[in-house]
Design a protein around this ligand. Sequence first.
Ligand SMILES: CCCCCCCCCCCCC[C@H](O)CC(=O)SCCNC(=O)CCNC(=O)[C@H](O)C(C)(C)COP(=O)(O)OP(=O)(O)OC[C@H]1O[C@@H](n2cnc3c(N)ncnc32)[C@H](O)[C@@H]1OP(=O)(O)O
Ligand code: NAD
Length: 310
Amino acid sequence: MNQFGVIVRSFSNSAAVNSAIKNVTIIGGGLMGSGIAQVTAQAGQNVTLVDVNSDILAKSQKSINNSLGRIAKKIYKDNPQEGEKFAREASERIKTATDPVAAVKDTDLVIEAIVENLDVKHALFQKLDNAAPAHTIFASNTSSLSINDISSVVKRKDRFGGLHFFNPVPVMRLLEVVRGGETTDSTFDTMMQWGKSIGKTCVACKDTPGFIVNRLLVPYMAEALRLLERGDASARDIDIAMKLGAGYPMGPIELLDYVGLDTTKFILDGWNKNYPDQPLFKPIPILNKLVAEGKLGVKTGEGFYKYDKK
Ligand SMILES: CCCCCCCCCCCCC[C@H](O)CC(=O)SCCNC(=O)CCNC(=O)[C@H](O)C(C)(C)COP(=O)(O)OP(=O)(O)OC[C@H]1O[C@@H](n2cnc3c(N)ncnc32)[C@H](O)[C@@H]1OP(=O)(O)O
Ligand SMILES: NC(=O)c1ccc[n+]([C@@H]2O[C@H](COP(=O)([O-])OP(=O)(O)OC[C@H]3O[C@@H](n4cnc5c(N)ncnc54)[C@H](O)[C@@H]3O)[C@@H](O)[C@H]2O)c1
């Protein structure tokens, strides 16, 4: 089945995979948090999506409703009315909030998808640890930080793990479920079951840098940027080469624009700090220049490439 086939199958099967989790709070309504909120609501669960202000949350909701419309057209192509009902009901399951403490008072799972910065993640989780119910599981959607490092500030280390989604969340079928050093079997099993209940194919990984995909993706994308910096090939030709030569749906440069150059820089700077002797993670001038100019990729309309404003 194509990705939509999987979504349809998973969507219809998601109810079949019972999960103890019914109420989910997602902190960070950006690229990833909005997608995680959407697929969770699509699976019939109650969602509270939190961000720092209502303008950002309005943008999150617009993005979610656009995506729901695209998926509804696929699943219910022969029954538009049912499609509208599916999209409306999923959207209605998502509440938004700007107060993270209030948003975790009655929740079973908190998924953090805020900026890739350990200090900011620490400040958030410290606040939530004293506010959420004792049974609530905490998870981070971090791309590159250690789950053990993130959870070092909370008491509930036994109920803390990684739930690493892939962009765009409504389409990418994979979910990496990451165990921290103190994650209990019960917490891990609940996260795996929950991942299946929202229609994802779950793989398990220890708390190792980059988990599985990014551990392999980062060197590949790093070398692509260095090819570009040396002038060995143009961005366009590097992307065409990897799509036609390796069968990738996107080339590495357009993928960097797609995931966000700010997030990319956060990840690279973090790994360079942790592994200063690894030449692969040395700062990349062309990346730093674009980020300094506010050219963050698709999300700002320009990165390595220019994009039509949506
Ligand atoms: C060391 C120095 C440098 C590097 C340092 C650090 C590097 C950091 C890199 C990692 C950064 C973080 C990474 C993160 O932690 C993990 C990731 O997320 S990795 C990225 C994973 N994702 C991908 O690889 C995406 C690859 N691209 C694709 O799969 C496709 O291009 C696409 C995005 C699905 C778009 O498909 P296209 O065919 O190109 O375009 P369409 O618009 O036609 O879409 C196809 C199909 O999908 C539907 N669709 C697309 N987007 C959405 C959406 N948001 N919601 C709903 N539906 C969507 C669309 O309707 C189409 O449906 P169809 O008509 O085909 O049925
Ligand atoms: N971009 C990707 O492709 C991708 C894929 C997988 C995982 N991730 C990870 O997901 C996380 C988010 O990435 P993104 O691309 O969605 O970033 P983003 O910049 O699109 O969204 C981050 C959101 O978090 C909000 N935020 C920041 N601090 C906050 C706080 N203290 N409280 C509430 N909201 C806060 C911001 O306002 C923003 O809307 C990062 O850890 C990233 O590494 C990213």
